[in-house]
Design a protein. Structure first.
Length: 371
């Protein structure tokens, strides 16, 4: 067996996104350092066809020092970055290089547990907790406890790997069952139905013959040149941030509605003025939040990265989240209008009572004035 035969068939890197909502939003005051590293704007360039003048949203990020861990008896290097987004979110990205013999061998890389007992998720949560502490003065209305966070895994395979054919789509057809098992986090493809295999690998895009992007709910698969990974990973990371923020947004509205319903049942009418003021402030805050969230992902049109984002947004059901939130916002608006009308009705009753009282006083004065 020569050296070529013994080389791993697939090499690339597993990329892990961990997005966490830490507060309502961030102050616009500049922060220069995070976790001992300078915060600098992220640089991203599109290598595939894109609209002229297209500008990417560039959040501040800290590139942390490399860390070495032991995984499956081998030494692996963690390349970690932490992004700070003005919508009140932190996004941790960890990259681990791999070299395996088959797609099935990537299954343990979904949620790697290091040989010392630590997990990648615990590593990310620890970084978020430290970053929250450092950014405490910059976070508006921070959460008392760290939320669960939203995770997503992307397997990036070098198109030059020995096990990848020059036509990435042809390779997927030959390895569709194994790819579906990887994306659905199944240990093997034997039990998967043809329908599930077809569904899990149906959302795929190619630009060149050698590249491929397959997105699913728990994970994605990218085949491309390493230099082109960054742009695709970036739009997936922002979609993951959006999912986390929409979940936090939804929870915020639920709490506001529950509080409003509870206060509306209270017998004291004086409390309703406070409810009205609170709902008005919340409507303004939520409108601002929605605009901020939309501004970080202005990927429109038919260009390649926009299609990658749309595929990712579709598997994350971001449109359904938006619809559910819009419906709750309409309910919130209805409550606002109902309380406003009730308040106006009460004011009109008091005005009518005052007019009647003045009329009675006028009659009494007129009557006693004639005697």
């Amino acid at each position: 067996m020569n050296a070529m035969d013994s080389a791993p068939a697939l090499h690339g890197e597993a990329v892990y996104f961990y997005a966490c909502d830490v507060g309502y939003e961030m102050h616009r005051t500049p922060v220069s350092q995070l976790l001992g590293c300078p915060l600098i704007p992220m640089q991203i360039d599109s290598r595939k066809r894109a609209p002229r003048g297209q500008t990417f949203y560039r959040p501040l990020q800290a590139v942390l020092p490399e860390e070495t861990r032991s995984f499956q008896g081998r030494s692996v290097t963690l390349h970690t970055t932490v992004k700070v987004l003005p919508v009140g979110a932190l996004s941790v990205t960890v990259r681990l290089a791999f070299a395996v013999d088959s797609v099935a061998a990537l299954s343990p890389w979904h949620e790697p547990a290091f040989d010392n007992g630590d997990t990648l998720e615990a590593h990310c949560r620890s970084l978020v907790e430290k970053a929250r502490a450092e950014l405490a003065a910059s976070i508006i209305r921070p959460h008392e406890r760290q939320p669960e966070g939203e995770r997503y895994t992307v397997f990036c395979i070098n198109a030059a790997s020995p096990g990848i054919s020059p036509d990435a789509s042809a390779w997927l057809q030959e390895n569709r069952a194994a790819a579906a098992a990887l994306l659905t986090r199944e240990t093997g493809s034997a039990r998967l139905s043809d329908q599930e295999i077809a569904e899990s690998t149906s959302r795929r895009l190619s630009y060149y013959r050698h590249d491929l992007v397959v997105t699913d709910w728990d994970a994605a698969l990218i085949i491309d040149e390493p230099a082109a990974f960054a742009e695709t990973l970036y739009v997936m990371e922002l979609a993951n941030v959006q999912l986390e923020e929409l979940e936090a947004f939804d929870t915020c509205i639920d709490e506001a509605l529950e509080r409003a319903y509870r206060d509306l049942r209270a017998p004291r009418a004086a409390r309703r003025a406070g409810i009205l003021s609170g709902l008005k402030e919340l409507r303004i805050d939520l409108s601002r939040f929605s605009d901020e969230l939309s501004n970080i992902t202005k990927f429109l049109g038919e260009w390649h990265l926009a299609c990658v984002y749309e595929n990712t947004a579709r598997v994350f059901h971001l449109a359904a989240w938006h619809r559910a939130i819009d419906e709750k916002l309409r309910t919130l608006d209805s409550l606002y209008e109902m309380i406003k009308q009730d308040q106006n009705h009460r004011i009109m009753l008091w005005l009518e009572a005052a007019i009647v009282l003045l009329f009675v006083i006028d009659i009494i004065t007129l009557f006693f004035g004639t005697h």
